[in-house]
Design a protein around this ligand. Structure first.
Ligand code: GDP
Length: 365
């Protein structure tokens, strides 16, 4: 499954956030064994559509989709220069599909900060520089491999060589591979096998004090300004408060607590959904009396592939899919009523599944 890595300098609130995410209240019900590795947490994705469907269908159980989070501790300045933990840290990042970069935006004299006054913009640069240096290393190695072929006229090698040089120059300016201006498919292809760390999609979490839950403090403002050309999301969260919220098991009690802070929902719920989106994942539903369930697929998948998430037999023996749009189901309130209203579509193997589709697959065993 796809993974989000939580990164950041020491003492910015990563483990506070991670343990809130993986508190007993959030851990996916179907994955008890996820707790075996203390740095990995599989978390249910909250989805109001799932609850609305369950209200109507009244199934025996509901099953969420999940996202996997990995707590990647240990990054310090100089990590890319080797040094045991630094390298392990970078290897861990290599394995994730997206990055959640936690930045300290709270002032608290009790929490040690080695690099002087709180400064999320410079923290971000410190972390990214390590990733960029590592990427430069990968790129230079590949340049070494293709340069000769490129210069002796091999056209594929030449394209790769030019692309690699462009990424190199970009990284050398302290920028991330993902932001290379007007990168073509060919250029992206040339670095695909390198799994560049700075190519992965990123989301910034501004960890603020609870008094700045509803407005940006000057740290968050500076951060937003610094990333405004990246097209990345900045989420303002108070990790310490989220840890408290995550402890509350009772739903009503939780709601009350959130209300006291003027919150509609917990920051974690927002973060989990943002992570899901960052991974380019979408959800379709199956709705039966036994269970109403959300399933994860990648954007662009066709019906048979989507069916394969339920069972490989569904993909192999795929005949067709009956598809109801979520809003239609909300209006007509049953499969039968949707069918009578002409709101159930028969789709074949080329149908691209959309977010929120309610699917019923027909297949040969
Ligand atoms: P990590 O090293 O990035 O994993 O950071 P931790 O999660 O261990 O947090 C470092 C310290 O900062 C701990 O003492 C936390 O209690 C504190 N901390 C974390 N989040 C907040 C916050 O939102 N506000 C304040 N004031 N302290 C926080």
């Amino acid at each position: 499954s796809l993974k989000c890595g939580i990164v950041g300098l020491p003492n910015v609130g990563k483990s506070t956030l991670f343990s809130a995410l993986t508190s007993i209240q959030n851990v996916a019900a179907n994955y008890e064994f996820a707790t075996i590795d203390p740095n990995i947490g599989i978390v249910d994705v909250p989805d109001s559509r799932l609850y609305a469907l369950a209200e109507i269908v009244k199934p025996q159980k509901i099953v969420h989709t999940t996202v996997e989070f990995v707590d990647i501790a240990g990054l310090v300045k100089g990590a890319s220069k080797g040094g045991g933990r630094g390298n392990a840290f970078l290897a861990n990042i290599r394995e994730v599909d997206a990055i959640i970069h936690v930045l300290r935006c709270f002032d608290d004299d009790n929490v040690v900060r080695s690099a002087g006054p709180v400064n999320p913009v410079s923290d971000k640069e410190v972390v990214e520089m390590e990733l960029q240096l590592k990427d430069l290393e990968s790129i230079e190695k590949k340049i070494g491999r293709v340069e000769r072929a490129a210069k002796s006229g091999d056209s594929k090698a030449k394209v790769e060589f030019e692309a690699l040089k462009r990424y190199k120059a970009h990284l050398e300016q302290g920028k991330n591979a993902r932001t290379l201006p007007d990168a073509t498919e060919e250029e992206k292809e040339a670095v695909k096998d390198l799994f560049l760390l700075t190519m992965k999609p990123v989301l910034y979490v501004a960890n603020v004090d609870e008094k700045y839950l509803h407005e940006d403090n000057h740290h968050v403002k500076a951060l937003r300004e610094a990333v405004k050309n990246e097209g990345a999301e900045v989420l303002r969260i108070c990790a310490a408060l989220e840890a408290q919220i995550a402890e509350i098991a009772d739903k009503e009690e939780r709601k009350m607590f959130l209300k006291e802070y003027g919150l509609e929902e917990s920051g974690l719920d927002v973060l989990i959904r943002a992570a899901y989106k960052l991974l380019n994942l979408i959800t379709y539903f199956t709705a039966g009396e036994k269970e109403v369930r959300a399933w994860t697929i990648e954007r662009g998948w066709k019906a048979p592939q989507a069916a394969g998430v339920i069972h490989s037999d569904f993909e192999r023996g795929f005949i067709k899919a009956e598809v109801i749009k979520f809003t239609d189901f909300m209006q007509y309130k049953s499969e039968q009523a949707c069918k009578e209203a002409g709101k159930m579509a028969m789709q074949g193997k080329d149908y691209v599944v959309e977010d929120g589709d309610i699917m019923h697959f027909r297949f040969n065993v």
